[in-house]
Write a new protein. Structure first.
Length: 447
């Protein structure tokens, strides 16, 4: 891509990031007050240290409401207990507004020292424009290799061969299903694509929506594009497409959409998906109107705490089966990360914030409040339920990849989300839709 000024790139970035991605997910419900107090006490006790540095740090984040805000509150309280002489100035920004503001802040004179972000192409975008701090020395000083698996480090922390982020939460994607509905119709979790289609047929014939979906906010549509493409064209092709090395008009992409169109034609998806926001689709799963939803593990908190399902009893999950068994298995995984600004005004204090964010003590707080899986491999097993342990086990030995809007250039992802919406509204026009998308991608990637 031809070099442009940072400011022009920021304008493109802001326009493309406005309504994208994982930040659209619904907040998990907060933990009980007594659990929060217990977590804070345990964390601050464990965090005692003889080191007593001083300084200031500005932290800007999108955890501005619900249990995410509660987790941030507890995180900063615990940080202050460990480093009482470091003053943290926090800037709470609503998630969607954050997407439009952070690029301007980093490129201007109002850059925070550290900020929350989404691992993948979004962080890569800033790294490529020299707006993020290389924290490789911090990673080495605190031996963070002993805290994170090599695969997690490579996926969420390492960009252009150096470390730029600390992973804070991890969300693999599975098919969650209403076990009571399955039991009612004598269904079990499918292990093959044919079995999956049979399950869908049985549900549809009994008046149950097989697959819950809400695409009012656009982003939930990408999960099915990713799922089908990776299971037919393979991860290498999909990664090449995300990098601009493959074409959206390739027959492999058209084949994926043909399979998706067939599922739509058979009536397997909620017919009212376009009018449902994320969260509303989960409600149809909880009340039995729909039987399955393909989503990240961040959906579990909403389904269990907010909507009354019981993990392992009324709620269960399975990996979406292979479509082409000759294609290697892969699971989409997203990460929240802490990143430092290249223009941090207080760079000397950044390492203490990063070290604490990586620690078991800090990650325990986020695990307890937002019910995420922790990227830190040293978290005690007793922090996880049997249901969560199975979610982790299903990832073993399986390649991971970033979901669509975190895997490609933000400008292409934005156009892609629009293209997916156009396809859902008019599946018969997919060839012209993909031609337009490829033209946009070619411009961004300089093909």
């Amino acid at each position: 891509m031809k070099k442009l000024s940072i400011w022009i790139l920021m304008i493109v970035f802001i326009a493309s990031m406005f309504i994208m991605g994982v930040g659209c997910k619904k907040e998990a419900a907060p933990v009980k007050e007594e659990e929060a107090v217990e977590a804070a006490v345990e964390t601050t006790t464990a965090a005692e240290t003889t080191e007593n540095p001083s300084g200031e740090i500005v932290f800007t984040h999108y955890w501005s409401s619900g249990s995410w805000k509660d987790s941030c509150d507890a995180f900063l309280v615990a940080f202050n207990e460990k480093y009482p002489d470091i003053k943290v100035t926090r800037n709470d920004v609503e998630s969607e507004s954050f997407k439009t503001q952070i690029g301007v802040m980093l490129a201007g004179d109002n850059s925070p020292d550290v900020f929350s972000y989404w691992g993948g192409a979004r962080t890569q975008f800033f790294v490529d424009r020299d707006l993020c701090m290389d924290i490789s020395d911090i990673w080495s000083e605190y031996d963070l290799d002993s805290q994170f698996a090599a695969t997690t480090k490579a996926a969420a922390a390492t960009y252009n061969g150096k470390e730029y982020g600390v992973p804070l939460s991890m969300f693999p994607m599975y098919v969650y299903y209403n076990k009571e509905v399955f039991d009612q119709y004598g269904l079990t979790a499918p292990t093959t694509w044919d079995e999956f289609l049979t399950v869908c047929d049985t549900l549809k014939s009994n008046g149950v929506i097989p697959i819950a979906l809400g695409t009012k906010d656009r982003w939930p549509a990408y999960v099915w594009f990713d799922a089908i493409l990776v299971r037919t064209a393979g991860l290498d092709f999909r990664e090449g497409l995300m990098a601009g090395e493959e074409s959206y008009t390739d027959p492999k992409v058209l084949n994926a959409f043909a399979i998706w169109a067939d599922l739509l034609e058979k009536g397997y998806f909620d017919p009212n998906h376009a009018s449902k926001a994320y969260g509303e689709d989960l409600a149809t799963l909880a009340n039995g109107e729909a039987a399955m939803v393909y989503q990240g593990t961040f959906a579990v908190g909403t389904l269990t705490v907010d909507l009354g399902m019981v993990a392992g009893e009324t709620l269960d999950f399975f990996k979406l089966p292979a479509i082409d068994t000759s294609v290697d298995e892969a699971i989409p995984v997203s990460y929240d990360v802490i990143v430092a600004s290249a223009n941090a005004k207080n760079p000397d204090t950044v390492k203490y914030f990063m070290e604490f964010a990586a620690s078991v003590d800090a990650q325990k707080i986020f695990k307890q409040y937002i019910q995420c899986l922790s990227p830190n491999i040293n978290l005690s097993e007793d922090m996880y339920s049997d249901f969560e342990k199975e979610e982790i086990a299903q990832m073993a030995g399986v390649a991971n990849f970033f979901p669509y809007d975190l895997a490609t250039d933000p400008a292409v992802a934005d156009e892609g989300l629009t293209a997916l919406g156009n396809f859902l509204a008019n599946p018969g026009s997919i060839e012209s839709i993909l031609a337009d998308l490829e033209a946009e991608a070619a411009g961004v990637f300089g093909k």
